[in-house]
Design a protein around this ligand. Structure first.
Ligand code: FES
Ligand SMILES: [Fe+2]
Length: 455
């Protein structure tokens, strides 16, 4: 990035012999309980790979900012006055206080609340109170805010890494960019804007969420009450996630692993590929009959497409280590400590810059918000209870292993293409075996970690 100088460093060696903790079929419980491993992850995972920081629609104009985190590091994701995306450390260079205590806003500068040092939104120190009390030259760049040396955006999704040797973002994403493109391209103009969020917290390790993110094995057991609610008024019982009933492996959906820890559970093949098919499997939502009747009256033949835009897209796209696209949501997970994690579900809205939706975009988004209220409130809570109960189970320290061997050793269970992309049945744990293999590789690699400062 121009106008920045990197301050280089290299992570020190691993604290554990990971060959004794990560096997093909199982991992050791200490991956989820040992604070020393968690501390290493904050450098070797959350410092070394491209970490999702936010969405460009949260900061559309110059000077817009949003508070975020990279692992535990508090950051301000900002579009500076020149329009450059930056991820500033929210950490005063004087004695360490945060310089921004707002969740979002617009600011040309940030003034530390402790002694009033003020920084431009490029990170450059702009002034200190009563400078004649200092013998220093405040032009020294060491007083400018630290910032993430590499920030890149892919179609609105903004990522950062401290690793000077990391590949370009597009190469890191690799094959998972395909499902991300398809998810975006179903919307007018190929884009969405973020709405407000469901903010949840669980007392469990961050990896429990990642391990669950392509898991098709748990759905009918863990989400039984949600499935029942979705089908409460349906005689055939085919609404919502009903395609998981009986044996999900006999359904046309699949799980795919792309490398770099990214995976994808594609449930779209369970639904007919025609306008209106997605809307037909939506469960009950408040006011849906009124919105449907009104959209049909206004749009005629085009109403099915509009109703599909309000419907949940049946995908789980998981970008290691912290970004999940589920239905119409952008879910972000943020580790807090070895046994505490924040997870935020941002709703997304449709934009209609070209007028394709004939003035109905607000009605579509109102209905889309109703459909988006369902999973975080009625499904995610099931998952978080499981994660918390796993963390409780892990306190049985003599019982050491976590098994992830479903599908392992069964001939012809998976297809592997020429690029190494693996495709398998939706209940198999192949996705977890693969991201754990990547986790081990990262935890034993030597990333070249650096911060930068404006010059
Ligand atoms: S800690 Fe920020 S001005 Fe002193
Ligand atoms: Fe779940």
């Amino acid at each position: 990035m121009t106008g920045l100088r990197s301050i280089d460093g290299t992570a020190s060696g691993p604290a554990w012999d990971y060959d004794k903790l990560v096997f093909e079929d199982r991992v050791h419980r200490v991956l989820y309980t040992d604070p020393r491993i968690f501390d290493e992850e904050m450098t070797r995972i959350f410092g070394a790979v491209w970490v999702y920081l936010g969405h460009e629609s949260q900061i559309p104009a110059p000077n817009d900012f949003v508070a975020t985190r990279m692992g535990r590091r508090p950051l301000i994701l900002v579009r500076d006055s020149e329009g450059v995306l930056r991820a500033l450390y929210n950490r005063c260079t004087h004695r360490g206080s945060t310089v921004c205590r707002e969740a979002r806003g617009s600011a040309k500068s940030f003034q530390c609340g402790y002694h009033g040092w003020t920084f431009l939104n490029t990170g450059k120190l702009n002034g200190v109170p009563w400078p004649d009390g200092y013998a220093d030259n405040f032009d020294d760049e060491k007083f400018n805010l630290a910032q993430v040396p590499r920030v890149e955006s892919y179609r609105g999704f903004v990522f950062g890494t401290l690793n000077l040797d990391a590949p370009p973002l597009i190469d890191y994403l690799g094959g998972v960019a395909g499902p991300l493109d398809e998810w975006l391209d179903r919307h007018p103009g190929g884009k969405v804007v973020l709405c407000e969020a469901n903010r949840l917290k669980f007392k469990g390790n961050w990896k429990l969420l990642y391990d669950n993110s392509a898991d098709g094995y748990h759905v009918v057991f863990s989400h039984r009450s949600l499935l029942a609610m979705e089908n409460r008024f349906d005689e055939d019982g085919d609404k919502g996630m009903a395609f998981y009933k009986s044996n999900p492996d006999n359904a046309p959906m699949y799980v795919r692993y792309f490398g770099n820890g990214h995976h994808f559970k594609d449930k779209r093949p369970n639904v007919e590929d025609r306008p209106g098919a997605l809307w037909e499997i939506e469960g009950p939502h408040p006011g849906m009959e009124h919105f449907e009747a009104s959209l049909r009256q206004r749009l005629g033949d085009k109403a099915d497409r509009a109703l599909d835009l309000a419907s949940s897209e049946p995908v789980n796209i998981n970008v290691f280590p912290n970004l999940h696209i589920l239905g119409n949501h952008i879910q972000v997970s943020t580790p807090v400590s070895v046994d505490e994690t924040d997870t935020t579900w941002y709703g997304t809205a449709v934009v209609d810059e070209d007028g394709d939706l004939e003035g109905t975009v607000d009605a579509i988004n109102a209905l889309r918000m109703r459909t988006q209220e369902s999973f975080p409130n009625f499904g995610e809570v099931d998952d978080l209870v499981n994660f918390e109960q796993i963390q409780v189970g892990f306190q049985a320290e003599e019982d050491e292993w976590v098994y992830m061997h479903r599908g392992l050793g069964i001939p012809d269970r998976f297809q592997v293409d020429d690029d190494g992309v693996i495709t398998g049945p939706p209940t198999d744990e192949v996705f977890m075996r693969e991201h754990m293999r990547e986790w081990k590789r990262l935890m034993t690699a030597e990333p070249r970690i650096a911060i930068a400062r404006a010059v």
